[in-house]
Design a protein around this ligand. Structure first.
Ligand code: SAJ
Length: 422
């Protein structure tokens, strides 16, 4: 009998919640991470993440001994690999973490072990990075070691709930692999576990995120057209979506995060001749920060010293994650142009990126730029904001404020993707 039931390699955004859900189901789980700090924090019951219920679950499962963190794997029945797959130069996927993770696991693999790759990966990765090393050690993957690819599909900010309730794809490299590994996921997944092969599952994960990226790019392109036409993109979105078969997503300052801004490039690099639309979508979304800055320059030309107060710098609302945030890109571009820029984000640590409190951020400023529509900003007292700002201008990249309220409070109110003051 193995010392542990489950070994999760990588205790990040996905690995830690996954380890905790196995632990909650009563399994003995070891979670590994190369970072000594992460391991120490997890063992000290500190997740360092702002995810609903995560800390409570961590405390419970460290205290009852179902989860232990370490820098090295150990003998376990099943290994789950959930390490990052960023891209490297030339937007090529960087599979180094996956390779290193499986190298660390390989000495513990025995006949009857199971291995699941969860990291977003190019098509064929499970065969290349898991099956091939297993075969080199004399195993028969799919027969004496069960192997599968099973991507997470969870939304940051709601990770635990979605890990349990979303449907899950499980792509085995053999039918036995599918059936054996499904029983493990069924310990906590209440959605359907859809069985397929590993290559199909790999393609599904990349396609899902590319689909969303292209759809957001459509909304952003629409915003550019509306701006050029002198009309309001958000009104067009609202009215078009009254059609029973139209559902246009929201334009915005661009696409951030570690998934949608990255994963489509995996497809473009692997299938350069078949991904015209996906590549163009990526480029459109990447162009949105400069589109926003061009609009800002029209509204607030840089004559003399102009200060802009940016509210919200995370990659999307109600998360503390700033990775690939398009709002930070806007900040950078504005500073390059010569604007004085201040930042306030209640979800980001004070001081990080120059994050200040609200009053300091707004004082002496010529524009409130709403970068991210955090729920917290619903409580903003616009009249108070009005009394602090030097020039009474709002530029809203998310259609967050109520136009009537803003105008009533005395602001000139501008929306991204809107060719006039609304
Ligand atoms: N965004 C818009 N307009 C919209 C919707 C989103 O501009 O109408 C922007 C957001 O502000 C953000 C970015 O897109 O900057 C991405 O946000 P998101 O909420 O669409 O997605 P993520 O990156 O937080 O999570 C995605 C999800 N994938 C899909 O919805 C297909 C999630 O289910 C995946 O698990 C996750 O990527 C992942 O880990 O791959």
């Amino acid at each position: 009998m193995n010392k542990y039931d489950v070994c999760v390699v990588g205790l990040g955004y996905i690995g830690l919640p996954t380890a905790l859900l196995f632990a909650r189901s009563g399994k003995k789980v070891i979670g590994c991470d190369v970072s000594v700090d992460v391991v120490r924090n997890v063992n000290n019951c500190e997740s360092g993440k702002n995810e609903p219920n995560l800390n409570e679950l961590l405390i419970e499962n460290i205290k009852n001994g179902n989860l232990k963190a370490d820098t090295k794997p150990d003998f376990a029945d099943i290994y789950i690999i959930a390490v990052p797959t960023p891209f490297k130069e030339g937007r090529q996927p960087d599979m180094t973490y996956v390779q290193l993770a499986f190298e660390a696991v390989l000495p513990y693999i025995r006949k009857g072990s199971a291995v699941v790759l969860e990291s977003t990966s190019p098509v064929g990765s499970t065969e290349k990075y898991i099956c091939e090393p297993l075969m080199e050690k004399g195993f028969k993957p799919g027969e004496d070691v069960y192997v599968a690819y099973s991507p997470e599909r969870v939304l940051p900010g709601n990770i635990l709930h979605e890990l349990v309730h979303n449907n899950r794809i499980l792509g085995g490299i053999s039918e036995q692999s599918c059936l054996y590994i499904r029983d493990y996921y069924k310990l906590f997944v209440e959605g359907d576990v859809e069985l397929t092969d590993a290559r199909t599952a790999e393609m599904c994960k990349l396609t899902e995120n590319a689909y969303r990226d292209v759809n957001i790019a459509f909304a952003n392109e629409m915003a550019k057209m509306c701006k050029a036409a002198g009309i309001n993109a958000w009104e067009v979105q609202k009215l078009c979506n009254k059609h029973p078969r139209v559902n246009i997503l929201s334009p915005g300052p661009g696409v951030g995060g570690h998934c949608i801004a990255v994963d489509p490039w995996f497809l473009v690099s692997q299938f350069p001749d078949q991904t015209r639309m996906i590549e163009t979508g990526r480029e459109i979304n990447d162009s949105m920060p400069s589109f926003a800055v061009e609009q800002i320059k029209e509204i607030l030309p840089l004559e003399g010293n102009k200060k802009i107060s940016v509210l919200g710098i995370t990659y999307k609302p109600d998360v503390d994650d700033t990775r690939e945030s398009p709002v930070l890109k806007i900040v950078e571009l504005l500073k390059d142009q010569g604007y004085d820029v201040s930042i306030h984000d209640p979800l980001v640590a004070r001081g990080k990126f120059g994050n200040t409190d609200l009053k300091e951020c707004l004082e002496g400023s010529d524009m409130l730029l709403l970068g991210v529509n955090h729920k917290d900003f619903k409580n903003l007292d616009l009249q108070k904001v009005h009394s602090i700002l030097r020039s009474k201008i709002i530029f809203d990249t998310r259609n967050f404020f109520n136009r009537t309220d803003a105008v009533k409070s005395g602001f000139a109110y501008y929306l991204l993707g809107c060719g006039r003051q609304t």
